[in-house]
Ligand binder design. Structure first.
Ligand code: UDP
Length: 313
């Protein structure tokens, strides 16, 4: 298959490119490097089935020849990134999704939207199941991301209903692994960086808020399987092992053999108090299940950040 991947130089986008190429597909990769990094796809330069175009996907784009699928993965995704780029975040979820859907329509290609657990906001239903409509503050600091993704989901369903496009919507929960940005503010790179540098680990609030962390290869596997299914409604993808942020800080201390201090900072506005995916639907529909343990995933991620620090030294 020939597949367009938007956000190809991003954390998850670049791993998706690797997977698609490994499966024998051709990839047309798009990214404007707003939050993605050239180094994430540098290893693919010169790969015969890989073509990169520096492109802002909020603008029209066309691809010569046949196209079988469009994976729309472009968006700032860390709270720090989308708070820095709120308008670009809203644009890529709205205008960008429209452009990518148009591309799929023109080529009669399938379309995969990578949406988010943020669609549920600060949830009142736990664990989050796809039928829950969410609890989103439409005017809070996180709304640029939450609402752009909710809009993207609505636009995707509208294209499916109006034009019959074969669409899929994934709701991605917290994901981690190599190629995350060290300074994107998210809890995994933030804690690892702090522990590597022997600095205090910064827990926001009292650390009782919960998250569930999925390793990137598991997530990409779920996305790939979903892209081959006929399910049009959203499907949660994430790991079900839930832990408090304080427990997570202690796990990092243990794994890295450091006893660096834990420092408490104010909780950001609208920070969801609990998050864990109900993945019953993905299990039944796709036969998918995360298989990488938190320890193994964190070890691989720590190694990546250690090498990055060595290269920078
Ligand atoms: N967090 C923290 N310290 C940090 C960064 C994040 O305690 O240095 C917390 C944050 O408040 C949130 C959780 O970790 O409750 C996950 O945050 P992240 O930014 O990774 O993503 P989110 O799940 O909020 O989108």
């Amino acid at each position: 298959m020939r597949i367009v991947v938007s956000g190809a130089a991003g954390f998850i986008g670049s791993h998706m490119c690797d997977r698609l190429l490994r499966e024998g597909h051709s990839v047309v990769a798009l990214d404007n490097f707003l939050t993605g990094a050239e180094r994430n796809i540098r290893h693919l330069t010169g790969t015969p089935n890989f073509e990169f175009r520096r492109h802002d996907v909020t603008l029209p784009v066309d691809v010569d020849g046949g196209l079988d699928a469009v994976f729309h993965m472009a968006s700032p995704a860390s709270p720090k990134d989308y708070l820095e780029h709120p308008i670009e975040t809203l644009d890529v979820g709205s205008l960008g999704t429209r452009q990518m859907l148009e591309l799929a329509r023109k080529h009669d290609a399938t379309f995969l939207l990578t949406s988010t657990s943020e669609s549920y906001g600060d949830p009142h239903v736990h664990p989050q199941v796809e039928t829950y409509w969410g609890n989103v503050n439409p005017v809070g600091p996180r709304s640029c991301y939450d609402e752009s993704k909710r809009f993207a989901e609505a636009m995707t369903m509208a294209y499916h209903r109006t034009h019959g496009i074969r669409t899929n919507i994934a709701r991605i929960f917290n994901t981690y692994g190599p190629r995350m940005k060290l300074n994107d503010g998210r809890v995994v790179p933030a804690f690892l960086d702090q522990a590597l540098q022997g600095k205090p680990i910064t827990v926001f609030g009292d650390g009782t808020q919960t998250r569930s962390f999925c390793y990137v290869s598991d997530l990409v596997d779920g996305l790939y399987k979903l892209s081959r299914s006929d399910e049009r409604y959203p499907v949660n993808l994430g790991n079900q092992r839930e832990m408090t942020i304080r427990e997570f800080a202690e796990t990092i201390q243990l794994l890295m053999g450091t006893n660096c201090q834990i420092e408490y900072h104010p909780l950001p506005e609208d920070d969801p108090k609990q998050r864990r995916p109900d993945i019953t639907k993905a299990r039944k529909l796709l036969g998918w299940n995360p298989v990488v343990s938190l320890d193994d995933g964190l070890k691989a991620t720590i190694e990546y950040f250690r090498n990055l620090a060595l290269c920078a030294a």
